[in-house]
Design a protein around this ligand. Sequence first.
Ligand code: APR
Length: 248
Amino acid sequence: MDKDKLNEAAELISKAEHITAFTGAGISVESGIPPFRGKNGLWSKYDPIFLSLDYFYENSTESWKLIKEIFYDFFGQALPNYAHKGLAELEKFGKLEAVITQNIDNLHQEAGSLNVIEFHGTSRILACTQCSFKYQHKEISLVNLPPICPRCGSVLKPNFIFFGEGIPQHAYLASMFEAENADLFIIIGTTGEVMPASLIPQIAKQNGAKILEINTEPSNYTHELTDVFLQGKASMIMKQLVSLLDRD
Ligand code: APR
């Protein structure tokens, strides 16, 4: 990694008053969770249709078989990597106000981040499609699919956003607040492909925020919005950044 760029990025962080992180699937790749797009991308193996609301309601058993396989059996064992932990460190020493994440894997919380805005919801909660009661996913057996609400007998759905579903209002509002008030946005591990999440860094930029981006490849932001682009794996770069800041 280019030392000058790292120092420039550390400088941005130490000078900023209100820093917000914006993360995507790439921050969890080193925890063993594949991205959606690019090399080994989930959408190159699975047809995203199983995560569309209509398909889920008409074929809940089929949809749940894939949901369980991917988001519970496979993802369930993932642990936070240093990129998640580095953001939690920044929050601890008062250099990060919030993480807006597109991820549903709960790894930011497990790394110790306290203010996490889950723009696409979370896989950790199952919600009843009829009575809306919510359960911790660990309370509900996934042996028989689809899982049924213990209270009313209806199908349970993971509390993350399916294609065709709206963004949770509290997450939307909290994200807009960050985009309007941050003077530094740290974008980690996202292609910037999916609306409306992908608009958040643009709104931050329009409101005067500087953009620091960490990604193994250029993204939709890199040549449009990004002020400092650190190309490489998120965990390694975050480790270098945090150690530079520790010295301050
Ligand atoms: N470190 C940093 N960045 C990485 C790493 C890594 N180790 N590995 C991959 N990346 C980058 C890729 O270069 C890519 O830009 O992470 C990004 C992953 O992109 P996507 O798979 O498109 O993930 P994301 O941008 O989060 O997708 C947004 O799409 O399908 C929906 O709801 C889903 O939240 C998801 C949304």
